[in-house]
Design a protein around this ligand. Structure first.
Ligand code: GDP
Ligand code: MG
Length: 441
């Protein structure tokens, strides 16, 4: 199927604007590919219509083929529908202990995911984690979580037989507070199918603990059922994020697309195996590739993106050389970083960041700082982005409140930008060859 799809894309060979006929033909295939990937029909329809509007009349740049252009439009629209570029991190911004509530059907992977999150937060962010099982349905459930906690090296709530889920949850928060835990993960019981008793239990726990995150764990292999489950849970208890488990199987991830459309909640994490390390951030761009049939259209998109990124890079490099690099250009660089999900490739292109790159090696960076920078820049006026030197105290205040940051953070960004500009002036003196060295280093 996807082979056919790329044939259609490759068949679009005219230059200039994309015609209605080009796009309609390509969209028919996209529609089939999406249905094949388990995307719900209404979601597919809506998506295809939106993309058609976007694509017809779209100017095809000389540097890429029309097929690449449509593929890229489809891919970008998929990424948007999946929640935009980059991963959405867990929200832990509350007074500790921060409660995270895990919900979902039995067997979806709640307990395993609780352990995975505990391991990740403990290891990467050095948080003190307390795991608490509220599962009084299955006799061994609390024991299962306790053993998981031992293996992971995080805390677990002592088991008190006979307690109800709400009592256990309150006790978990008490212990969390008293013993200085940063995060308390509340692992609830599931049921084989959704019933009112389960929902009431979860609502009671929610109301008693006010979780900062209510994460729904769904099994990606169940396709459309996972979407229905998500809808029901969201209506009944309200969810803040989704974890899709078993993405290591051959599920193509179409459910992911519907998930966002149906609940409005972002997919935050993806389970990719039974091991406790097998948890990844959800990157819309990766799943988009999977939905379209990896290695095929994805190849077209990649080539188009490379070409466009290269053009963008050259455009920015020219502005740098002319000493005209502004905050809009910086924002454009950040977008590329977010798009790639990894920044070591781009960092080398940003003067002054080479050292940071060396320090990071090839690791994925916490991109939250860039998200912040993006927010700050988008709260600036056009004039401020072009000429940052006009940003004085009152403007800083306005920008900070507009972007949900602080004046200190605005200052930090401006300082960093200033350092970059200084670097660039130096590069200017080095001339073009120095610049090239810098870009390739
Ligand atoms: P719960 O009933 O929701 O708590 O589900 P469990 O966490 O007990 O998981 C049920 C089964 O699914 C276990 O055998 C897990 O090892 C397995 N499992 C959980 N997450 C994943 C995953 O991402 N990939 C795979 N392959 N198996 C998983
Ligand atoms: Mg469980």
């Amino acid at each position: 199927l996807s082979g056919k799809l790329s044939d259609v894309f490759d068949g679009l060979s005219k230059r200039g604007k994309l015609s209605e006929a080009d796009v309609t033909e390509a969209m028919r295939e996209v529609r089939l590919a999406m249905l094949d990937a388990d995307v719900a029909l209404p979601v597919v329809r809506d998506f295809v219509n939106k993309v058609r509007e976007r694509a017809v009349g779209h100017e095809v740049l000389d540097s890429i083929s029309p097929g690449q252009a449509v593929a890229k439009i489809v891919n970008d629209a998929l990424i948007d529908a999946l929640g935009g570029s980059g991963a959405v991190p867990l929200n832990l911004s509350a007074t500790p202990p921060v409660p995270i509530l895990m919900v979902g059907l039995q067997g979806s992977g709640k307990t395993t995911t609780s352990g995975k999150i505990a391991l990740r937060l403990g290891l990467r962010e050095r948080k003190r984690i307390l795991l608490a099982s509220l599962d009084v349905q299955r006799p061994a459930a609390q024991l299962q979580l306790q053993q998981l906690a031992e293996r992971t090296g995080v805390g677990s709530l002592p088991i008190v037989p006979g307690q109800r889920p709400v009592e256990i949850a309150k006790r978990a928060l008490d212990v969390g507070r008293r013993e200085g835990y940063d995060v308390v993960i509340l692992d609830t019981a599931g049921r084989l199918s959704i019933d009112e008793e389960l929902m009431q239990e979860v609502r009671d726990v929610r109301d008693a603990t006010h979780p900062v995150e209510t994460l729904l764990v769904v099994d990606a292999m169940t396709g459309q059922d996972a979407v229905n489950t998500a809808q029901r849970f969201n209506e009944a208890v309200g969810i803040t994020g989704v974890v899709m488990s078993r993405m290591d199987g051959d599920a193509r991830g179409g459910a992911a697309l519907s998930m966002r459309a149906v609940t409005g909640a972002p997919i935050k994490l993806v389970g990719t195996g039974e091991k406790l390390e097998a948890l990844e951030e959800f990157y819309p761009e990766r799943v988009a590739g999977r939905i379209l049939g990896l290695g095929d259209i994805a190849g077209l998109v990649e080539r188009a993106s490379e070409t466009l990124d290269q053009e963008e890079g050259e455009r920015v490099a020219k502005k740098m050389l002319a000493g005209k690099f502004d905050l809009d250009d910086y924002a454009s660089q950040i977008r590329q970083i977010n798009k790639m999900g990894s920044i070591s490739g781009i960092l080398g292109m940003l003067p002054g960041m080479g050292k940071l790159k060396d320090k990071l090696g090839d690791k994925e960076l916490d991109t939250s700082i860039f998200k912040k920078h993006q927010a700050i820049i988008s709260s600036m006026t056009k004039a401020e982005r072009k000429t940052p030197s006009i940003i004085k105290a009152s403007r800083k205040k306005r920008i900070a409140s507009g972007s949900g940051t602080t004046v200190q953070e605005v200052n930090k960004l401006l300082k960093q930008f200033d350092d970059m500009s200084t670097m660039m002036k130096r590069i200017n003196k080095m001339g073009l060859s120095g610049m090239k060295q810098m870009l390739s280093g």
